[in-house]
Design a protein around this ligand. Sequence first.
Ligand SMILES: Cc1cc2nc3c(=O)[nH]c(=O)nc-3n(C[C@H](O)[C@H](O)[C@H](O)COP(=O)(O)O)c2cc1C
Length: 195
Amino acid sequence: MTAKSILVGATGASGFPVLIRVLELIQRDPAWSAGLILTEEAKLTLAQETDLTVEGLCGLADRVYDSGDLGAGPASGSFENAGMVIVPCSMKTLAGIHAGYAENLLLRAADVTIKEQRPLVLGVRECPLSPIHLRNMQELSMIPGVHITPLMMNFYTRPKTLDEMVTQVACRLLTPFGISPGKFRRWDGMQCNQT
Ligand SMILES: Cc1cc2nc3c(=O)[nH]c(=O)nc-3n(C[C@H](O)[C@H](O)[C@H](O)COP(=O)(O)O)c2cc1C
């Protein structure tokens, strides 16, 4: 069986522990493989939020693309790919997607994902949100296949550790692709089950 490919984009917003968990969950699923695109600012925030090097992060992906390489596969609609998740997604990149301003490979890949009508999951993160951020999210959310999935925690699953919370947020981002890791706690009536 050939693994299906998912594109993972990361920008300079806060949320790198969630990105790492997303890549780990894809890596653990033999049905899926990940291609990673990091913006230059993503590399700065990675260093602020984790002890992982850029090389260490890239080691969690099956393929890595340079965000300046607009000739790479993900720049084309004919590139075989099931969809894209951007985590964390900055307000700058959100605005770029909203405007169709494809100035780097990550933005171009998101633009292509929308035009090809594949799932595009945006793990947006900013606090508080301005009317500009909210407008961009609202308008993008109207496009079929676009999922605005903020990096928001929940408490009804009674997480005992930050690690559990990070896993739950990461699982949410992968749900639209049908990737359902065993650690995802789903609500089932009055209790939360692990799938
Ligand atoms: C430590 C750190 C945390 C940041 N967190 C956020 C954030 O949560 N959301 C956001 O929109 N921008 C955040 N930024 C600012 C973005 O990195 C900045 O807007 C950058 O230009 C985004 O570029 P990119 O979308 O091309 O990666 C943060 C910057 C730093 C240094």
